[in-house]
Design a protein around this ligand. Structure first.
Ligand code: AMP
Ligand code: TRP
Length: 333
């Protein structure tokens, strides 16, 4: 079975775009691959966080992912900081990564610009973030990394530094490949259908959060922006709002948006059916989430098992890297 690895930052409140564009692929992948899913809490620290915030969001993210269908009997779900080899390998990776490479990373440029580009506010951690991400991936002899298009550059960098490491120290790391979901998996904002649904949107009216009250969810769909042309067709360029509804309805029901378009002649029923389909998708997720929140110890226990499974792989790969670099072997204490 191929090895799959992906990571998600422990930020609060996943939305429908995260579910349909990322988490659902993870849930499907877990049956076809040996999958490792990591809550990357160390990455979250690269921008300022209040004490305790990252830990609380890590638990909530684990509960959300479990509620969405990740099965800890099938995949390995764990928290990055629980497996210390991530930070340790990140150092070795940083030592074969060029500043010039990190300077070219668009995520760093965007995120540092958002902090006003002020050198004294932008952390060194934000700068070396891609080296930690490369370490995450390389520690598991990963074949495939399911990520969004925005992460392609980081996976390319991971391949480059792995090749360099292998050339310098001998065959050590497997070269991973990014698997990017097809364009249809992009969920757009319900109010600004030419923008990606994102929690940094200026208004929440177009963003469907997984844990929103379901009456609010239905209302957001009823108020979704369409157009004044009055015909239902799947044409994301000419009819972004209607096409987004068709895509979401298709993703929620397993049908193609083109086929669905043929079944509607008016926007009203399309909105109602899309709202109903999303509510039906989210209802069991919310119910399961509520159960998990009642019993945080149960999730912590699953994360402990996940960390142990992850460490069993990561420790071997880390040892291999240290051996190939040729550090003096650690004394057995
Ligand atoms: P982010 O919250 O932007 O870091 O994204 C977490 C994951 O969700 C990444 O794999 C993204 O590619 C995916 N994602 C975020 N927003 C959307 C969206 N509107 N449509 C589809 N996938 C998305
Ligand atoms: N940088 C990724 C993001 O912003 C999160 C991430 C960290 C990741 N480590 C990873 C994704 C390893 C895939 C593999 O979405």
């Amino acid at each position: 079975m191929p090895r799959v690895f992906s990571g998600i930052q422990p930020t609060g409140d996943l939305h429908l775009g995260n579910l349909l564009g990322a988490v659902r692929n993870w849930v499907q992948d877990q049956h076809d691959a040996d999958s490792f899913y990591c809550i990357v809490d160390l990455h979250a620290l690269t921008v300022p966080k209040a004490p305790g915030e990252v830990g609380a969001f890590s638990l909530e993210m684990a509960q959300t992912l479990l509620a969405c269908g990740l099965d800890p009997d099938v995949c390995t779900l764990f928290v990055q900081s629980h497996v210390s080899e991530h930070a340790e390998l990140a150092w070795l990776v940083q030592c074969v990564t060029a500043m010039g490479e990190l300077n070219r990373m668009t995520q760093f440029k965007d995120k540092s610009a958002r902090q006003g580009g002020k050198q004294d506010l932008v952390s060194v951690g934000l700068y070396t973030y891609p080296a930690l991400q490369a370490a995450d991936i390389l520690l598991y002899d990963t074949d495939r990394v399911p990520v969004g298009e925005d992460q392609r550059q980081h996976i390319e960098l991971t391949r480059d530094v792995a090749e360099r490491f292998n050339a310098r120290y001998g065959e050590t790391f497997v070269l991973p490949e990014a698997t990017i979901p097809r364009a249809g998996a992009r969920v757009m904002d319900l109010q600004e259908p030419t923008d990606k649904m994102s929690k940094s949107a200026t208004s929440d009216a177009g963003v469907v959060y997984l844990m929103d009250d379901l009456a609010v969810t239905a209302k957001k769909f009823k108020r979704a922006v369409t157009d004044s042309d009055g015909t239902v067709a799947f044409d994301p360029v000419a009819k972004p709002g209607v096409s987004n509804l068709l895509s979401i309805l298709g993703a929620a029901t397993g049908r193609s948006p083109e086929d669905l378009a043929d079944e509607y002649s008016q926007y009203g029923p399309l909105k109602v059916d899309t709202a109903d389909a999303v509510v039906a998708l989210l209802e069991p997720i919310q119910a399961r989430f509520r159960e998990l929140v009642e019993d945080p110890a149960a999730t912590n226990e699953l994360l402990a098992i996940g960390a142990e499974k992850a460490r069993a792989v990561a420790a071997d790969v880390y040892d291999r890297a240290v051996r190939n670099v040729g550090l003096l072997p650690r004394p057995v204490l």
